[in-house]
Design a binder for this molecule. Structure first.
Ligand SMILES: Nc1ncnc2c1ncn2[C@@H]1O[C@H](COP(=O)(O)OP(=O)(O)OP(=O)(O)O)[C@@H](O)[C@H]1O
Length: 567
């Protein structure tokens, strides 16, 4: 489904709720265990960074005191520590990837379950007011969400650990600043620490102001990208029709519209990104100046050795980097917030209770009973006042009516796919089969296409041969195990015959045919109806058709006219 001008819903705190279910699911113990391990490794990583700071001070003090032998003797330990630290980093990344994949798989399974239950996938495609591009939300957004949450969350934890560890260093080595004012000397303890914090917080604030609208622009960008992809998919699916119509120019025009949306929004993304990046990069490059200015009082009083400077510099960089977490990850945070927004909106829609207009009651009879059935359009407008009727077991009914009179919609309501309206339908759906004008022919072996939606092993070779023979497809018996994109290979009429072969294979007790033989020549069509009567003599058959010739195969008829059913 395509929707180009998507109004963005506002981001709300409740969007974050979709992060929690995995952490309380059956997978929770493994998930928390992995997370604990990753955080533990993160702590160890920070601890080694602190150790490196101490090592730096000792090394540079020895080096600049010309104790070269002592300084060089410290190098093997340094190299071993580097290897240890790299090992921790690699292991932490590896475990994070495992956790991310587990989370993504779990979420995708849950979303697919909701998407496939109560024919939600059908509802979303047929109601324009619903979520657009569900494929993108399930395939891309969920993957992006888990990756980003873990990356940002673990980075944030590491940033807090680093901040705590190095703030102490900065506080202790930096010492106090003595400020003479109005005849008094004031001492500001930990002034290096406070200076770093104040500047970082101010810069974060400026970045938020400069790049704030990026979240909304990102949200729109994902929509427009998905629309372009859906358009390309449409072209692939309908390549033959487009080629026959010579529709290349029309397609160009359609894609130009998508590209124009992308380009217009992209300009916004670029604009807000450069504003945020400018502030961030400028700050990164000028940050050292802040340290030098802060150190001026210490230089003036000769209270700084080179080793102490090296350690303060390292601690300053670490504290600044951890306070800068927000600045560095601003774009990712914006991406995450818009992904969460899209997923939360999708979740709200797929969790909506199905409309309970037309009630479908299961039964184990082979009759189909309809009581006071009224079909509406999704807008509420009445399409057809059908009334009440019972199709007795073994009866064959033909349904006629002008195009748009509601024939297919009537069958949809019997299949439980059309909830709009009122009344009641009693049907033994386990024994019923619906065959539309265009049947789904999945790719794979012909055996799989024939046995869909069941597994091919459910039937033996003899059953396949008989079904193909009855559908006048004997030529395909030898190709039963051939893997092909059968939907592209079989002609329209052959696809309809394949759908009928499925009927012979499944042997339903109630059969609904919605112009299921419309692509066939009269001889083939008659041949198939003859075969239906021979192979399924007791089957209740309800055929929607425009062909009066089929009247011979049905004992009764329904005519849909002016919003009424006549039988
Ligand atoms: N999802 C939908 N949303 C809005 N209107 C719909 C939807 N599906 C069908 N309709 C409308 O309902 C009416 C009946 O459609 P239906 O497909 O049942 O007609 P039909 O009698 O089977 O026509 P045909 O003989 O051309 O196949 C049409 O006017 C159609 O536009």
């Amino acid at each position: 489904m395509l929707r180009t001008d998507k109004p963005s819903s506002s981001h709300s705190l409740s969007d974050w709720k979709i992060l929690f279910p995995f952490w309380v699911s059956a997978e929770k113990w493994k998930a928390w265990g992995l997370l604990g391990l990753i955080i533990g490794l993160s702590l160890l990583y920070v601890r080694t960074a602190v150790w490196f700071g101490i090592w730096d001070q000792k090394f540079f003090d020895a080096f600049f005191a010309f104790h070269v032998g002592q300084a060089l003797g410290m190098l093997p330990v340094y190299i071993a520590a580097c290897a240890f630290s790299a090992g921790i980093y690699v292991l932490q990344t590896y475990l994070t990837q495992i956790l991310s994949m587990r989370w993504r798989l779990w979420n995708t399974k849950v979303y697919l379950q909701h998407y496939l239950q109560n024919t939600t996938y059908y509802r979303l495609e047929h109601d324009a007011a619903q979520a657009d591009n569900p494929d993108q939300r399930i395939a891309d957004d969920l993957a992006q969400m888990t990756t980003l949450v873990l990356k940002l969350g673990l980075d944030a934890i590491q940033a807090v650990m680093t901040l705590l560890s190095f703030s102490i260093v900065l506080w202790e080595i930096g010492g106090a600043l003595s400020v003479p004012l109005w005849g008094h000397i004031y001492h500001i303890p930990g002034y290096l620490f406070f200076g770093t914090v104040i500047v970082s917080v101010l810069v974060s604030f400026v970045i938020e102001k400069a790049g704030g609208p990026l979240i909304n622009a990102d949200y729109q960008q994902q929509h427009y990208d998905a629309d372009l992809r859906a358009g390309l998919l449409d072209l692939r699916r309908n390549s033959e029709q487009v080629a026959f119509y010579k529709g290349e120019d029309a397609e160009h025009l359609r894609f130009s519209t998508h590209l124009a949306h992308i380009a217009r929004n992209w300009r916004k993304v670029v604009h807000y990104t450069w504003r945020a990046n400018f502030v961030g990069t400028f700050y990164n490059q000028t940050a050292s100046i802040i340290l030098w200015v802060l150190l001026v009082p210490k230089i003036m009083t000769h209270a700084l050795t080179f080793g102490a400077y090296a350690r303060i510099n390292a601690a300053f960089m670490q504290v600044r980097r951890s306070l800068q977490w927000f600045i560095d990850n601003y774009t990712d945070l914006a991406g995450l917030r818009s992904t969460l927004q899209r997923l939360a909106e999708f979740e709200r829609i797929i969790q909506q209770k199905p409309i309970q207009g037309i009630v479908c009651k299961p039964t184990n009879q082979n009759t189909v009973s309809i009581h006071n059935l009224v079909l509406n359009l999704p807008s509420g407008q009445t399409l057809l006042d059908f009334g009440s009727l019972t199709f007795q077991a073994g009866e064959r009914w033909a349904i006629y009516g002008a195009s748009g009179s509601g024939k297919s919609t009537f069958l949809r309501s019997l299949a439980g796919l059309w909830p709009y309206g009122s009344g009641e339908v009693c049907l033994n759906s386990a024994k019923a089969m619906f065959v539309p004008q265009q049947s789904y022919v999945p790719s794979g072996s012909l055996r799989q296409a024939l046995s869909y939606p069941l597994l091919p092993e459910q039937h033996d070779l003899h059953a396949y041969e008989e079904a193909l023979h009855a559908a006048n497809l004997d030529g395909y018996v030898s190709r039963l195990d051939e893997e092909q994109v059968w939907g592209n290979i079989l002609s329209g009429g052959e696809q309809q015959r394949l759908a009928l072969a499925r009927v012979f294979l499944f042997q339903p007790s109630i059969l609904f045919l919605d112009e299921a033989t419309s692509a066939l020549d009269e001889t083939n069509e008659r041949g198939l109806y003859d075969a239906l009567l021979t192979f399924l003599p007791n089957c209740t058959i309800i055929s929607v058709t425009h062909r009066k010739a089929l009247q011979d195969y049905h004992q009764k008829q329904i005519v849909l006219q002016n919003g009424q059913a006549f039988f």
